[in-house]
Design a protein around this ligand. Structure first.
Ligand code: ADP
Length: 262
């Protein structure tokens, strides 16, 4: 708390009391801490791939490039790490657009079936590689007012997480239903699940339940933070039912915002 005080005097200029202004700056301090934390996290996340790219390039230049196997191996690492950097930068840009003060949604009438048709080709390869059965159950002819690219991003992020955090031969389901005022998106998996303590934190930027594991799966640590922002800017809600070893179910409700028909 910040306190500013000033004395007040009576008509004979004798002190009569004081005025105290108490500013509650907890919120500001918290924001400042979060900002510093975020900068530190971003720097760390960028540093890891950059260090590895420059290290392996140097090793190649120092002679390793004359050995075919090393050449291939080190170039693969350099390529993977550059992809990680690219993903991270793209996710940071997505977040920063959503956080802008003058952010405006560009809403159109979204047809859920065609949106899911666009998303599936992006997701299926990863599912097939792991032998995961991906099932979809999308009610016909759901339309609502939203920013299509952003809703697509919700589906991509939730489905790719479901695939990442589910063992080989597991199952992932996407269900979209029309529930009157809302569209209900339900993404479920029978994967590793999330503990009760971790559930409230998974929407924080760079929070990962298991750091080493999540980095290996290639996630940026920003996927759910982006999903939460998108849901918020659409005035929707998101919740999770999960437990360790019990799989996870993510529920997103987005208001349909139908134009009033006259
Ligand atoms: P990441 O890139 O690490 O996946 P996210 O923001 O998408 O970042 O998710 C944050 C964390 O939430 C993940 O690191 C993981 O620990 C946990 N998580 C997200 N989705 C699931 C899921 N379907 N099953 C289990 N854990 C999950």
């Amino acid at each position: 708390i910040e306190i500013i005080g000033a004395p007040i005097f009576n008509e004979r200029n004798m002190p009569k009391g004081v005025v105290l202004l108490l500013y509650d700056i907890t919120h500001l301090k918290k924001l400042e801490l979060m900002r510093k934390d975020f900068v530190a996290n971003v720097s760390h996340e960028l540093k890891t791939p950059v260090t590895s790219i420059s290290g392996f390039a140097e090793t190649l230049l120092n002679g390793a490039m004359h050995d075919r196997d090393s050449l291939h191996h080190f170039l693969t690492i350099i390529h993977d790490e550059s992809t990680r950097l690219q993903d991270l930068l793209e996710d940071l840009l997505k977040l920063s657009r959503l956080e802008k003060d003058d952010f405006k949604l560009v809403k159109t009438t979204v047809d859920v079936n065609s949106l899911v048709d666009e998303v599936l080709p992006i997701i299926t390869q990863g599912a097939e590689q792991k032998g995961i059965a991906l099932r979809t159950d999308v009610e016909n002819e759901i339309t609502f007012e939203a920013e299509a690219q952003l809703v697509k991003q919700i589906l991509i992020n939730l489905l790719s997480n479901a695939i990442s955090y589910t063992a080989e031969t597991g199952a992932v389901n996407l269900k979209v239903s029309d529930e009157g005022e809302n569209v209900h998106i339900r993404v479920s998996d029978d994967g590793i699940g999330i503990s009760e303590e971790a559930v409230p934190r998974i929407f924080e930027r760079f929070y990962r339940v298991d750091k080493a594991r999540s980095r290996n799966t290639g996630g940026t640590g920003l996927g759910l933070a982006i999903v939460k922002h998108i849901v918020d800017v659409h005035d929707g809600t998101i919740s999770v039912d999960s437990g360790p070893g019990e799989g996870s179910v993510f529920h997103v409700y987005l208001p349909k915002n139908e134009k009033a028909s006259s």
